[in-house]
Design a protein around this ligand. Structure first.
Ligand SMILES: *Cc1c(COP(=O)(O)O)cnc(C)c1O
Length: 434
């Protein structure tokens, strides 16, 4: 399978190059030349496969023989080593819990898979690989965990100072070893901008072996399609159409869902649930995407003013706005609504939903007003509520139990390097890393 740049269909590279480069030379994102369809027999018999077996089949389709089967199998079993259970809230109404990995967010799927793919491809390289990643919170912790102690790899994480939760900061800044945290005086968009600039800096590229781990990396995206398939397997035989509600920021998660649909899965529609950072909702309404600086919200992992996977969505639909609108419904909500939703879900379903999932829930309610209830609705719960325990405890007036795998960070000491949001400062720093 070849991968092309969203800026230029003729710029094609192998899977390995797409992964190691992260971003194409012309600044575009890599897309598979085609989305490989799953065979009908496989789709009809999902219940006979384990999560890992399905993941292997999907990954194999995207990677062909660029990774030998036994190696790929090992990568899958090492990275997808936790579950993604479908929890029933009500008749035809489900939550897909994606937070059972080490950092308690869905990004563990992508980060763990990508880290192992990187190590695999870099194993014969004498030069250390430096992974540069911007985070609004959860990417950083998932990537830090995913790459921790990975051989031949150093990870530099840029995060906006004071704009992520304490526990997210701890998860990024306390691991040490090959994980370096850069605390940027600026916003998440500044961080993302800095990273993008570094990748097109030819001087930097000749000096070091740079790569990315943001959701722009195709190796992050592919494993995110696994759990959509696994959700449909868990749902089992049904005569109602399936709709996924996806709390979205950079739209990597949703794009992976679109991949799953294109693979042949029977998915009726996606709901792109967003907070006040609503440029995508506007795009659905008007056909125009107008990026804006992000604003801070309770669902902070979705505070994105210029969704990086948007160009991939356009590619999948050949720029056809009507078709995109047919497949993706989108609504935006503010923090007050999010707080009410957390209360409502707790009261009605006795389920503690995090602020990101709560936005997903709100969008489902709007969807039902417009299209009725004759669907199987699956909300992707992208983070464990304990990651936002202070917020949720305030809202619900209950104690949230901290899972053991989160507790261990709290007692550790923060180590970060604070720099301004000027590109030269980042560059100066990176040159010293090597
Ligand atoms: C990253 C993240 C999102 C947004 O996912 P995208 O793929 O960037 O759209 C939503 N919720 C949580 C908890 C996240 O960490």
């Amino acid at each position: 399978m070849n991968y092309y740049s969203t800026n230029n269909k003729n710029l094609k590279v192998s899977f390995k190059d797409a992964v190691l480069k992260g971003l194409a030379e012309d600044g575009g994102l890599f897309m598979p030349e085609s989305i490989p369809e799953l065979n009908k027999n496989f789709i009809q018999n999902l219940n006979t496969f384990s999560f890992q077996e399905m993941a292997f089949t999907i990954a194999k389709n995207f990677i062909d023989d660029e990774i030998e089967e036994d190696q790929l199998e090992k990568i899958i079993y090492d990275s997808i080593n936790f579950d993604a259970p479908l929890v029933k809230l009500d008749e035809n109404f489900f939550i897909l819990e994606l937070f059972h990995g080490p950092s308690l967010a869905f990004k563990d799927f992508g980060a763990r898979f990508m880290a192992r793919v990187f190590s695999h491809f870099n194993k014969d390289n004498y030069k250390e690989l430096v992974i540069l990643v911007a985070t609004s919170g959860d990417t950083g912790s998932a990537v830090a965990n995913g790459f921790y102690e990975a051989e031949g790899i150093k990870v530099v994480i840029l995060y906006p100072s004071g704009k992520i939760s304490d526990i997210q900061e701890k998860q990024i800044t306390t691991l040490g070893k090959n994980i370096i945290a850069l605390e940027i005086e600026g916003t998440f968009d500044d961080c993302q901008h800095l990273v993008k600039k570094a990748f097109v800096d030819t001087e930097l590229k000749t000096k070091m072996n740079l790569s990315s781990a943001n959701s722009i990396n195709i190796a992050r995206l592919i494993p995110q399609s696994f759990y959509y398939v696994n959700a449909i397997k868990q749902l089992g035989v049904t005569n109602k159409k399936i709709v996924f509600s996806v709390p979205s920021g950079n739209f990597g998660n949703l794009t992976a869902g679109l991949f799953a649909k294109k693979m042949g899965l029977n998915i009726e529609r996606f709901i792109a649930a967003v907070n006040r950072n609503n440029v995508f909702t506007e795009y659905i309404e008007t056909g125009k995407l107008e990026p804006r600086p992000s604003v801070k919200t309770l669902s902070n992992a979705m505070d994105v003013g210029n969704p990086s996977n948007f160009s991939r969505i356009l590619e999948l639909y050949e720029n056809n706005h009507d078709q995109i609108k047919k497949d993706i419904y989108s609504k935006s909500f503010n923090d007050e609504q999010t707080i009410l939703a957390i209360k409502e879900v707790y009261k009605n379903f006795n389920y503690i939903i995090d602020p990101h999932g709560a936005v997903g829930y709100l969008a489902v309610k709007e969807f039902a007003k417009d299209y009725g209830n004759e669907f199987n609705i699956i909300i992707l719960e992208t983070a464990h509520p304990a990651k936002f325990s202070e917020t949720i405890e305030n809202i619900l007036g209950i104690d949230i139990k901290t899972p053991e795998r989160l507790k261990k960070y709290q007692s550790r000491e923060k180590h970060s390097i604070k720099i301004s949001n000027e590109y030269d400062k980042l560059k100066d720093y990176l040159i010293t890393v090597e």
